[in-house]
Design a protein around this ligand. Structure first.
Ligand SMILES: [Zn+2]
Length: 242
């Protein structure tokens, strides 16, 4: 079987047979890959915790007929070890993994930007420099943008006129001016729209200076925007307090 190397983040694992697991990975060069880890559930497993969700690993894989097989794994960053100590960061991180899996829809289609975004997001989530909810919101807005659903928080998505605009509609893809507003649009505070723009570009000083009320309103709009673009809701989102 031909071998290849790649680095990856472990997104999810599930049981296979008596002692094996199927590991769902987001790799740097090969996009989403599902691969078998043999013997990983034995107590004497040589894999240790290297193939647990959140782990950033360097892998060697053997191409298989249906699933590839993991033949070597070295931990690059054990994000799970640090995230596991903090419930908010752990649950928000879980939403990131599920989002990455859902937005990278094709197996073995390179998705380098999504990979880099996820690694950067997990690093920020485990680093603790910024609040967990805002790291998550920033990641969600950026990963949706990379997937082709970039929201607009300054120009009206219909006519392109520069804002600030009062109306936000997930189905339209962002803010709308008064003449283009759609029925059912949210009318967030202007500070909330500013926060959303800052989360999208990672302007952390603006995020840190924001009022908790506006951060909360921004989180709800990010959730609505994400829900609109994913066919089914995220299971993991139920555990994140919004
Ligand atoms: Zn307009």
């Amino acid at each position: 079987m031909p071998l290849y190397r790649d680095e990856a983040v472990v997104l999810r694992t599930h049981k296979l047979g008596e002692a094996d697991r199927i590991i769902t990975l987001l790799t740097r060069q090969h996009g989403r890959v599902r691969a078998v880890a043999k013997g990983v559930r034995r107590t004497t497993s040589r894999w240790g915790s290297r193939l647990e969700p959140f782990t950033h690993v360097d892998l060697q894989l053997a191409e298989g007929r249906s699933l590839d097989v993991i033949t070597q794994a070295e931990t690059l960053d054990p994000f799970h070890a640090r995230l596991g100590l903090d419930y908010d960061r752990y649950t928000a991180g879980t939403v990131m993994l599920e989002t990455a899996e859902r937005l990278v829809t094709e197996e073995k289609e390179p998705a380098v930007q999504q990979f880099l975004l996820l690694v950067g997001g997990l690093r920020a989530m485990s680093g603790g420099e910024h609040p967990a909810k805002q790291v998550l919101d920033s990641y969600l807005l950026r990963s949706l943008s990379v997937a082709g659903y970039a929201p607009s928080f300054d120009h009206c998505v219909q006519c392109g006129v520069e804002g600030p605009h009062r109306f936000f509609n997930p189905s339209a893809g962002g803010v709308l001016c008064a003449s283009d507003r759609l029925p059912g649009s949210a009318t967030p505070a202007s500070e909330t729209v500013t926060v959303l723009g800052a989360l999208l570009v990672g302007d952390w000083p603006v995020v840190h200076a924001a009022d908790p009320r506006h951060l909360r309103e921004a989180s709800n709009l990010v959730s609505a925007y994400l829900a609109w673009h994913l066919e089914r809701g995220l299971r993991s989102m139920a555990y994140v307090e919004r």
